[in-house]
Design a protein around this ligand. Structure first.
Ligand SMILES: Cc1ncc(COP(=O)(O)O)c(C=O)c1O
Length: 382
């Protein structure tokens, strides 16, 4: 399949249309071997030596993702965290890094603790404010600008192209956690970003049954050359079965994400101005602070993630989550089943989530069932 001649949805559905030459099967194989035979003359002409470095099961899924992100190359990792931390570990102690105040909490904690102790100078800023980025960036000293958009759990939207312009002018690389946008809605590399990261555990796999992460690079940069061996050295390799499942999951990425977006928008519209809801946080609402930028850099929808704030406060939010019948009370996001969670309880101290906030990951169930369930859950808490 010529990736330049077909739509991204076709690339994903057919996993680039690859057919196994030997068997003619249209579904890729799971390769479980951990090691490869050395040639008699002591060479490894296959290019494969040991499965911590090379596993052919990764190749199809990585190629599909590279095509969807319009990048140069991709790597699958054993989790979103192992993909993200590989980017930071490819820097050097002493390097200055800008990271957003609002971002995936577990990575923020790792940056504040391990990465800082290791020697990175990490500054957490309001990444969605270009003036703030401009002031914080240090020419020649800032090596990496990390951004997440829309960002957990209040869906702050950052202008990727503008941030890239500021970062590149100062000589910094830009990496984007695009987990919630997915390659269906936005391609950060086409906006100038250098690396895009996904917690593939979420939308890319889409069925809440694989923990995985990915990185895709725009070009074969020096940083990418440092990241590549880190996967093998740190051992952040995905199991072959999980890699196969992830590749399978990506085949239904487009219909799943389109349906989640459509439903999330309907749910946001329904609860916006609702008597028991103080605020709906969703980039698809015209009243939302980041709406105009989201409309500019997200195509075909605003994502399947939104948050609602219970007017009656924290206890009411927790009780509403306890009352749902269809939504599942669980952490994570991006699966076919809808999830609800009281986010401050998960993130604890330092969370940007207001205490009355419920984070919603919209799946592909019937939209009216989801609305009715939230309605009854909210009604039951006075
Ligand atoms: C936006 C975002 N980035 C990164 C991660 C980390 O991914 P994983 O749980 O696969 O390590 C998550 C997980 O929730 C996430 O939501």
């Amino acid at each position: 399949m010529d990736r330049n001649k077909v739509a991204p949805a076709t690339i994903a559905a057919q996993a680039l249309g690859q057919v196994d030459e030997r068997t003619r099967e249209i579904v890729g194989t799971i390769h479980t071997s951990t090691t490869y035979v050395r040639d008699e003359d002591n060479q490894y002409r296959s290019g494969r030596i040991y499965a911590r470095d090379h596993n052919p099961t990764y190749e199809q899924g990585e190629a599909v993702l590279t095509a969807l992100e319009q990048g140069h190359a991709s790597l699958m990792f054993s989790s979103g965290m192992s993909a993200a931390t590989a980017v930071f570990l490819a820097l050097s102690p002493g390097d200055h890094v800008l990271a957003p105040k609002v971002m995936y909490w577990s990575l923020r904690n790792w940056l504040k603790n391990f990465a800082t102790n290791w020697g990175l100078q990490i500054e957490f800023i309001d990444m969605h404010e270009p003036d703030v980025v401009q002031k914080a960036i240090r020419r020649g000293k800032t090596k990496l600008v990390w951004l997440e958009t829309p960002a957990n759990p209040i869906w702050t939207v950052t202008d990727i192209a503008l941030t890239v312009e500021i970062a590149h002018a100062a000589g910094a690389t830009v990496a984007v956690d695009s987990t919630c946008a997915t390659p269906v809605l936005s391609q950060p590399l086409t906006l100038g970003a250098d690396i895009v990261m996904h917690a593939a555990t979420k939308y890319l796999n889409g069925h809440s049954d694989v923990i995985a992460g990915t990185l895709t690079t725009r070009e074969d940069s020096e940083l990418w050359q440092r990241i590549k061996p880190l996967r093998a050295q740190l051992g952040g390799v995905l199991g072959p079965f999980e890699a196969w499942l992830l590749t399978r999951g990506m085949r239904t990425l487009f219909p799943r994400v389109r349906e989640a977006c459509r439903s999330a928008q309907a749910i946001a519209d329904h609860f916006h101005g609702h008597p028991r809801v103080a605020e709906v946080l969703y980039p698809g609402l015209p009243s939302f602070a980041g709406h105009a930028i989201a409309a500019k850099q997200m195509r075909g929808g605003f994502g399947g993630m939104l948050s609602i704030r219970a007017k009656a406060g924290e206890a009411a939010a927790i009780s509403a989550a306890a009352n749902v019948q269809i939504w599942k009370r669980a952490t994570s996001l991006g699966g076919v089943e809808s999830l609800i969670e009281h986010r401050a309880s998960v993130e604890g101290h330092g969370t940007p989530a207001p205490a009355d906030l419920l984070r919603l990951s919209v799946g592909v169930e019937d939209t009216q069932d989801l609305i009715n369930d939230l309605e009854q859950a909210l009604a039951a808490v006075s």
